[in-house]
Write a protein that binds this ligand. Structure first.
Ligand SMILES: CC(C)(COP(=O)(O)OP(=O)(O)OC[C@H]1O[C@@H](n2cnc3c(N)ncnc32)[C@H](O)[C@@H]1OP(=O)(O)O)[C@@H](O)C(=O)NCCC(=O)NCCS
Length: 162
């Protein structure tokens, strides 16, 4: 049964609950700082962190981050409470992020799915998302931090969780 869903912008008092949700959903990585990601998104002027509740004043049951770079919209950190999966939270948040982008004249959204998370592809395909047929590359603008992050990613891929 789909939950009634109340989706709105994050406020300061939501931040810890959102980061905890992302942690419980396996979205955090040691090379990313979710508090800093939220801060940058909220102060950028072209990003939003959306939170979903099943009641207007209830606990947070889902969250995501969206934004745009003037060309494409983006979707990050999409999460539905593990106790409330398959009740429309993910779909509702994607729709809210799409509406946020559409309202700003942004016609397309991109998102990244980590290689180890291919199970989620069926969810996105069901919502109309397709493979870009493009490789996705990254580069840290601080070379030293980039080397450190690359080493952390390699260790994580080998199953080292520290
Ligand atoms: C992906 C995620 C947000 C989906 O949230 P959800 O609230 O369970 O999804 P919904 O209930 O809105 O599902 C929407 C549709 O997708 C389908 N669906 C949901 N999860 C699915 C899955 N893992 N595999 C296949 N289909 C799926 C549902 O059946 C539903 O279709 P229907 O209701 O029309 O039958 C949730 O599984 C999650 O938080 N995963 C962990 C974090 C994650 O991997 N995020 C994505 C990072 S790229």
């Amino acid at each position: 049964m789909p939950l009634p869903l109340f989706v709105g912008e994050i406020v300061d008092s939501d931040i810890d609950a959102v980061v905890d949700l992302w942690r419980r959903c396996g979205l955090l990585r040691p090379w990313n700082d979710p508090h800093e990601d939220i801060r940058i998104c909220r102060t950028s002027g072209h990003g939003v962190v959306l939170v979903a509740r099943a009641a207007a004043d209830g606990p947070i049951v889902g969250a995501c981050m969206s934004g745009h770079d003037g060309h494409r919209g983006a979707l990050y950190y999409l999460a539905a409470d593990p106790e409330r999966r398959r009740q429309g939270i993910g779909r509702g948040l994607v729709a809210a992020a799409e509406a946020w982008c559409r309202a700003r004249g942004v016609p397309k959204l991109n998102l990244l799915v980590r290689k180890e998370n291919t199970a989620v592809l069926a969810f996105y395909e069901g919502l109309g998302y397709r493979d870009t047929d493009s490789a996705c590359l990254w580069h840290h603008l601080d070379a030293e931090t980039g080397e450190r992050e690359a080493a952390m990613k390699a260790a994580w891929a080998k199953g080292e969780r520290r």
